[in-house]
Ligand binder design. Structure first.
Ligand SMILES: Nc1ncnc2c1ncn2[C@@H]1O[C@H](COP(=O)(O)OP(=O)(O)O)[C@@H](O)[C@H]1O
Ligand SMILES: [Mg+2]
Length: 386
């Protein structure tokens, strides 16, 4: 696959009030033609600044922006305008002009690209058909719902047949159902028109629904990138873990903890659906340990599943031999899943301390403390598997 966009060691430094802020720090990404590439991160991570370097709305302080193999970092004037006309932009806030109709909003984009006026109406009708809003051609933005406004803004962004579409939090102002519709539309634009999409979001659900590749950003730095399935299935950086944990995270109902046998709590993350049940019975038979499945959760990434299980591994015999066998069983489990980690120290005599360990922030790595409570409440309805 060939890169349509390469950001090569891009940094963006803002000077304000005599202080300098490095909004993007040495970011490098390779975006393939025809893919949906996503950048995810918490607010303030530098996502918007990074995506705006692609059409030079933000000029890198250092590094290079390469489009179709051509270094465009220093483009100005007509050449820059030409580059921008081949790159559509969709914003969270729609950016439509309120006092003109849907047709006129789209016409602005056509005018900017010097499309003869005689061709406007047909092209506008075609675009509105694509986004499913033919009947709103003479409506005003104020007469449309949020989802419909975003469809108009997508139609406008596609007016001049761009090969690249940049979407900055394009669904963040929409409710979940409307978001689904917009994501489906963007997937269609990507698949049917072959438009490469770069999509910025802080929403994990959006990322896992449509991204082919993802870059995770924090404090201006891309901390991890790869296929969405790999990055979210085996997160390495704590920010990625925190994002994944919010979505896939499981918590053990507190009332269960005192009834647990002693043992070690392990969180297993696996990528192949169904591959885990044989693994668990296999390991418990082979190692003479008991493995209790305390909680499970499966998330879907397109058609691929990533599952999380929390298991308690207990010895069937006392003493050092028991501890040794438990360790061997955990090693075996860990080596056969995508990702694994221990959640707390042994749950034996000191139940009180163990409960704290399970629910403490560091038991879940970087899960913010407010969220530990959310996850607990949110998961209260979930079935305990064993
Ligand atoms: N024009 C600007 N001048 C000064 N600082 C800015 C400017 N734009 C963004 N920043 C700062 O850069 C950082 C990254 O911002 P932004 O790219 O908007 O992050 P995100 O889109 O991930 O929320 C923030 O600290 C923000 O305050
Ligand atoms: Mg932003």
């Amino acid at each position: 696959m060939t890169d349509i966009i390469t950001l090569d060691d891009v940094s963006v430094v803002f000077e304000s009030d005599g202080r300098s802020v490095e909004a993007v720090s040495h970011a490098s990404v390779h975006i393939e033609e025809g893919e949906i590439f996503g950048i995810i991160g918490f607010s303030g991570a530098g996502k918007s600044t990074l995506v705006r370097t692609i059409n030079l709305l933000e000029r890198p302080t250092s590094g290079r922006v390469v489009i179709d193999g051509r270094d465009v970092t220093a483009l100005r004037g007509t050449a820059l305008r030409k580059l921008r006309s081949g790159i559509g932009f969709v914003f969270q806030s729609f950016n439509l002009i309120d006092n003109v109709t849907v047709a006129q909003n789209i016409a602005f984009a056509l005018k900017a690209a010097h499309v003869p006026k005689s061709r406007h109406r047909a092209r506008i009708e075609e675009l509105l058909r694509l986004v499913g809003l033919e009947e709103k051609i003479d409506s005003y933005p104020s007469q449309l719902s949020g989802g419909q406004r975003q469809r108009v803004s997508i139609a406008r962004a596609l007016a001049n047949h761009p090969r690249i579409l940049l979407c900055d939090e394009a669904t963040s102002a929409l409710d979940p159902e409307t978001t689904e519709g917009i994501l489906a539309l963007l997937k269609r634009v990507n698949a049917e028109l072959g438009v490469t999409i770069v999509f910025i979001t802080h929403q994990f659900d959006v990322a896992k629904a449509i991204f082919d590749h993802v870059a995770v950003m924090e404090h201006g730095v891309i901390v991890e990138q790869g296929t969405t399935f790999d990055v979210f299935g085996s997160p390495h950086h704590e920010t990625t873990r925190a994002l994944v944990e919010r979505y896939l995270g499981v918590a053990i109902p507190r009332r269960l903890v005192p009834q647990l046998p002693s043992g070690r709590l392990i969180e297993l993350r696996y990528k192949d659906e169904g591959a885990l049940e044989p693994l668990i019975s296999d390991v418990s038979r082979h190692f003479e340990v008991s493995i209790n499945v305390l909680h499970g959760n499966v998330g879907y990434f397109g058609t691929q599943a990533i599952g999380t299980l929390i298991v308690l591994v207990s010895a069937r015999q006392e003493g050092q031999r028991g501890a040794f066998v438990v360790q061997a069983a955990i090693d075996e489990l860990t080596s056969r899943v995508a990702d694994a980690r221990e959640l707390s120290v042994a749950l034996n005599d000191d139940i009180g301390a163990s409960i704290d360990a399970i629910f403490a922030d560091d038991a879940y790595g970087t899960r913010p403390s407010a969220h530990a409570a959310d996850a607990y409440d949110g998961d209260a309805h979930k079935e305990v598997l064993a």
